[in-house]
Ligand binder design. Structure first.
Ligand code: ZN
Length: 282
């Protein structure tokens, strides 16, 4: 029961007006934190890995563990590739049994984004795998730093055309959020979100969620966001836990590091799950 597609997991969110968190894992500590956090909250969850994190968390090691953990979980889990860019990586995660992939063509020309997204959708649909794509560009780089591309907001009319032409299952939109830590206060265009939601009938995805206020999240969910990506908040929480451990103890085993990191990240996962309203929805 537990490993399901993105389309399925978001259909329930849509019908009961909540959002499902996508939490990226970058190793076994985060993987355990996400699954255990979701189980403790009795919440559906999206377990992700971002292509840019693969130099640190090799996909050939992570993917089999992620799929296995999802199958064993007591709650519904979607295993998702976040920001897939290379065709080879996308196909590889499909072969490993991921139930969802994101193709990120947000920096491509509009027609090129449609063409490439359609290619992925064609393959994914034949395998029962969901596809998320992005229109408009959420600035900043996954895991900190900045990318060289300017951010631009999603246009509602274009969003409708994009979804119709690509037949994707979920659409990531740009309404003023940025990846990583915010350098300036985000200015969310929630009216734009409502306009897109009125036009498009696939679930909408919010990237760059770390750093928004609780009220921002509630407002976005009220206006139609059904999937929210979280990584930076979790990642920083792990570092905070390790800092405290280092202050308390001079000597410890490596598994204590993992334990502390997991505990701190699990707290973030559970807090977000409750905020998104997906707790007790499994
Ligand atoms: Zn993202």
């Amino acid at each position: 029961m537990s490993l399901i597609s993105l389309k399925e997991i978001l259909a329930d969110a849509e019908s009961r007006n909540y959002a499902v968190g996508l939490f990226n894992c970058a190793g076994t500590d985060s993987l355990k934190a996400i699954i255990r956090g979701a189980e403790e909250c009795n919440s559906p969850v999206i377990l992700g890995i971002a292509e840019v994190h693969m130099p640190y968390a090799p996909v050939d090691l992570m993917a089999p563990m992620m799929v296995d953990a999802a199958k064993r979980a007591k709650v519904p889990v979607t295993v998702h590739l976040d920001h897939g860019q290379n065709f080879e990586t996308i196909i590889k995660t499909m072969k490993y049994g991921f139930t969802s992939v994101m193709f990120d063509g947000s920096v491509l020309e509009y027609d090129e984004n449609i063409k490439k997204t359609r290619e992925i959708v064609k393959i994914a649909k034949a395998l029962g795998i969901s596809v998320e794509a992005e229109l408009g560009h959420v600035g900043g780089a996954e895991g900190g730093g900045s990318d060289e591309h300017e951010e631009y907001y999603t246009e509602p009319e274009k969003a409708l055309d994009f979804v119709n032409q690509t037949e994707i299952d979920a659409l990531a939109i740009a309404i003023g959020t940025a990846h990583g830590e915010y350098v300036k206060k985000p200015c969310l265009d929630v009216n734009r979100l409502s306009e897109i939601n009125a036009k498009v009938d696939v679930p909408l995805v919010l990237h760059g969620g770390s750093g928004l206020s609780d009220d921002d999240f509630r407002e976005c969910i009220k206006r139609g966001i059904r999937k929210i990506n979280i990584f930076t908040d979790m990642s920083y929480a792990a570092a905070e836990g390790l800092r405290k451990l280092l202050e308390q103890k001079k000597k410890f085993h490596c598994f204590e590091l993992s334990e502390v990191a997991e505990e701190y990240m699990k707290k973030v996962v559970m807090k977000k799950i409750r905020l998104f309203g997906s707790d007790s929805k499994a």
